[in-house]
Design a protein around this ligand. Structure first.
Ligand code: PDD
Length: 293
């Protein structure tokens, strides 16, 4: 395995990623006992950093890991990592696990020091062809647990969901629970029907994406006004437009689901408008004071 010579951070020290190791007794390794964030960075400016750190704090609280840092310390760590990379557009991966404990025991240990890992990858926005032509997706029953609102590193359900679309040479798996849309394996999902933008409300059945929130803000500002309510599988399959959103994929149109075209099988007009608003927002409309802590 080739690991690039990039500077990463583990438990108080910056060092090349390839040199960093954690103990095999780390509960992240043994139990998937930890949480993470993926923060996009454009031109060395973290996008919505405060919101990512807020979601991190909420995930940590939900799994009963004491937050190892306050917001100012997290921001400083992220900014230092950004400064140490040779490229400006970055994807910052930030992970906190419960740390190492012996003996192995499901019970949460009374004392364990969380393991904090951060590293950066170059961030490449989706290729123009994907933006212009859209992507294929497959649908499946959501195989995950009841706390999908926590951004946990326990991702086997998401991994197996994604495997279904990999098998079909598609870009994403759209999941349904009890006949209702939940989300994608690593994205949130929006539908457009008769000019209305529909998406499920945040709940334990999905992760509230930072991009999801941005798209809702942009829709409220520029239209179409979003309708936040349960979305049925039938509504997804008969949508005029279907989108996925995430920090790395931004907004992409899903133009077929299980091989059946969505709308006319091409990215729709409302998608194209929203994509434009999102790019403008990225380029300069970030709220003052937000892009830098
Ligand atoms: N995943 N839902 C799930 C299950 C996700 O994994 C993600 C993002 C989202 C969108 O969240 P955001 O807009 O904050 O990126 C929704 C990231 C990109 C990842 O796992 O790397």
């Amino acid at each position: 395995m080739h690991v690039p010579e990039l500077i990463a951070y583990l438990n108080g020290r910056f060092a090349p990623l390839a040199e960093l190791t954690v103990p095999v007794l780390d509960r992240g390794f043994l139990f998937g006992d930890g949480v993470y964030e993926m923060i996009p960075v454009y031109g060395r400016r973290p996008f919505r950093l405060a919101e990512h750190l807020k979601r991190l704090a909420a995930s940590l609280a939900a799994v009963r890991i004491d937050n190892p840092h306050d917001e100012a310390t997290w921001s400083a760590l992220v900014l230092e990592l950004i400064a140490r990379q040779p490229f400006g557009d970055q994807s910052i991966y930030l992970q906190v696990t419960r740390g190492a404990a012996y003996p192995r025991n499901h019970a949460i240990p009374a004392r364990a020091t969380p393991t904090v890992l951060l590293f950066a990858d170059p961030l490449n926005p989706p290729a123009t062809v994907l933006v212009e032509q859209g992507v294929a997706a497959v649908g499946m029953e959501d195989p995950r647990w009841q706390r999908c609102d926590i951004k946990t590193i326990s991702l086997l359900g998401n991994v197996l969901a994604r495997a279904a679309s990999v098998d079909a040479a598609a870009a994403e798996t759209v999941m349904f629970r009890d006949g209702l849309l939940t989300e994608g394996s690593a994205s949130n999902i929006f539908t457009v029907k008769n000019g209305l933008l529909l998406t499920p409300a945040p709940s334990n059945r999905m992760l509230t994406g930072i991009t999801y929130d941005v798209v809702l803000e942009l829709a409220r500002r520029h239209g179409p006004p979003p309708v936040i309510r349960p979305v049925t599988e039938a509504e997804v399959r008969s949508a005029d437009e279907l989108w996925l959103t995430s920090s790395s994929k931004e907004i992409l149109a899903i133009v077929s689901l299980d091989g059946i075209p969505i709308g006319n099988g091409a990215p729709g007009p409302i998608y194209r408008r929203m994509y434009g608003h999102y790019q403008q927002f990225k380029a300069g409309e970030m709220r003052p004071g937000e892009e830098t802590p």
